[in-house]
Design a protein around this ligand. Structure first.
Ligand SMILES: NC(=O)c1ccc[n+]([C@@H]2O[C@H](COP(=O)([O-])OP(=O)(O)OC[C@H]3O[C@@H](n4cnc5c(N)ncnc54)[C@H](O)[C@@H]3O)[C@@H](O)[C@H]2O)c1
Length: 463
């Protein structure tokens, strides 16, 4: 295996998983961040967020994986063949992606390159951050400006788009066993470098104890820059739309008396449809879907182009969150003074990420209607309490349920799925309403225990 020297700028979910997996398969990697505290804690072996298996992967890569402040960018660039950009691209005020972090990094790369001695081979700048179509050109321009700023001459670099598809909560698995690796570039050198860099992952030729499913080869998709950038947005937009689609069908199920879980199973067996992302409930959230759908719609607006399907996907999603409140109001009427538990606060299980978490929007809607909100989450409780002081965070699900009139299942953590309905009923106050925003609980067992169960799309009586 050809060993590369790799730099990764940004040590969030994507940067750390990328750095750790590339080091694990044999490359020498330095992960950089401008957050000094984060770098210091990584050096002490502490991961700044909850991501199952990542600590272990970093441990197994020790010796080939280092962490440094981005002040050391120049030094890292000097020794790197490939530099990944994995900084955040949050949603800007108008829905478009805020590229300021990417722009800062691009200029800094230029200055570092411009101030360095001539390189044997051009630096490959591979962008992993999710950025709108055309950003690779923008990055190239900014790197060039950075080089000019320091009067650098002949500093060579090539740009590639290498979008990331990992799922938080499964980042380690998805980095080592991706469904595909996508590289967009107009440079042969960049393509060759990234193909070789990824070969242990593409060929699955590294020793592993993690995945019982041996994959023969991972598709390595090579394309142009714009298409690579669009592949990322189109993937997330499709998945978000799939969820909004099943939610629309679920709402019809409530009217006609059908059960969405039966319907989803029946349609998901069709290979053209596939079973995943057909879970009805309170809709999608998180650090990616909302901002990426918004950014794609914003891109379309720049071209004065309409996106009726994406607009509808977003509208259906907003409506689903309102339906949670409506389901509570239908049974409790006024929510003033009512005590409501939110079960699960992170945007999905197995992560502590609260970006775009439906729990925050629901808590704020409930509070504005006069309800008292108590929240439980196995890992995100403290962070949620900081972000949303209206949520009284507790660390035991039964404690959260004590004395509540209603509970909303927001995140289908194992700890929430596994609640004992009888114990739940014994702790709650009438009408002991459960709004199951993820259709995660056993409806029949809940009713038998004396709970007033309301799911999403599970026939008339649960609507
Ligand atoms: N989180 C996911 O599941 C996921 C999946 C696929 C793609 N993405 C995309 O990948 C990118 C990164 O996402 P994330 O969730 O890892 O973000 P994150 O917010 O968890 O991490 C970003 C990191 O970049 C650092 N950073 C920001 N500006 C910097 C700068 N100028 N110099 C050095 N470091 C800087 C921050 O301190 C932070 O540690 C985003 O564009 C996101 O849309 C995320």
């Amino acid at each position: 295996m050809e060993q590369f020297d790799v730099g990764v700028v940004g040590t969030g979910y994507v940067g750390l998983a990328t750095g750790a997996s590339l080091a694990y398969v044999g490359h020498r990697v330095t992960c950089l961040d401008n957050d000094q505290e984060r770098v210091a804690s990584l050096r002490e072996g502490k991961i700044p967020f909850y991501e199952p298996g990542l600590q272990e992967l970093i441990g197994k890569s020790a010796g080939r994986l280092r962490f440094a402040s981005s002040q050391r960018l120049t030094e890292v660039i000097r020794e790197s063949d490939v530099l990944f950009v994995a900084v955040g691209t949050p949603q800007g005020g108008d829905g478009s992606a805020d590229l300021s972090n990417v722009a800062d990094v691009a200029r800094a790369i230029g200055r570092s390159l411009g101030g360095s001695p001539p390189r044997e081979l051009p630096l490959v700048v591979a962008n992993k951050s999710t950025v709108p179509v055309g950003s690779a050109y923008y990055v190239s321009t900014l790197v060039g400006e950075g080089i000019d700023e320091v009067g650098g001459k002949g500093a060579e670099f090539r740009v590639a788009s290498n979008p990331e598809f990992l799922r938080e909560g499964n980042a380690v698995h998805d980095s080592l066993f991706p469904d595909r690796v996508v590289v967009g570039t107009d440079s042969r050198e960049a393509l060759d470098a990234l193909r070789t860099l990824y070969s242990p992952i593409v060929e699955q030729s590294f020793p592993t104890q993690w995945d019982p499913r041996p994959k023969v080869a991972v598709p390595f998709v090579t394309t142009d820059l714009a298409s690579a950038e669009m592949i990322k947005y189109a993937s997330n937009a499709f998945l978000a739309t799939k969820i909004s689609f099943i939610n629309e069908v679920a709402n019809l199920c409530e009217l006609v008396g059908a059960d969405i879980s039966e319907v989803a199973y029946g349609i998901g067996l069709d290979e053209r449809i596939a079973p995943r992302f057909l879970s009805a409930g309170l809709g999608w959230g998180g650090s990616c879907f909302p901002k990426d759908v918004a950014a794609l719609r914003a891109t379309a607006r720049e071209y004065e182009h309409e996106t009726p399907l994406l607009d509808a996907a977003a509208t259906v999603n907003e409506r689903q969150r309102r339906r949670v409140i409506q389901k509570l109001q239908r049974e409790l009427h006024s929510l003033k003074g009512r005590r409501v538990a939110l079960l699960g606060l992170s945007f999905k299980p197995n992560t502590d990420d609260l970006r775009g978490a439906p729990s925050l929007a629901i808590a704020s809607a409930l509070t504005s209607l006069g309800a008292r909100v108590v929240g439980y989450d196995p890992v995100a409780g403290k962070a949620a309490a900081k972000l949303a002081p209206d949520i009284q965070a507790v660390f035991d699900p039964y404690e959260a349920l004590r004395g509540t009139h209603a509970a909303v299942v927001v995140t289908e953590w194992g700890e929430v799925r596994g609640l004992d309905p009888k114990k739940v009923a014994s702790l709650m106050r009438d009408p002991k309403l459960i709004v199951d925003g993820r259709n995660a609980l056993d409806a029949a067992a809940s009713r038998e225990a004396g709970l007033l169960y309301r799911g999403f799309g599970r026939g008339y009586d649960t609507g």
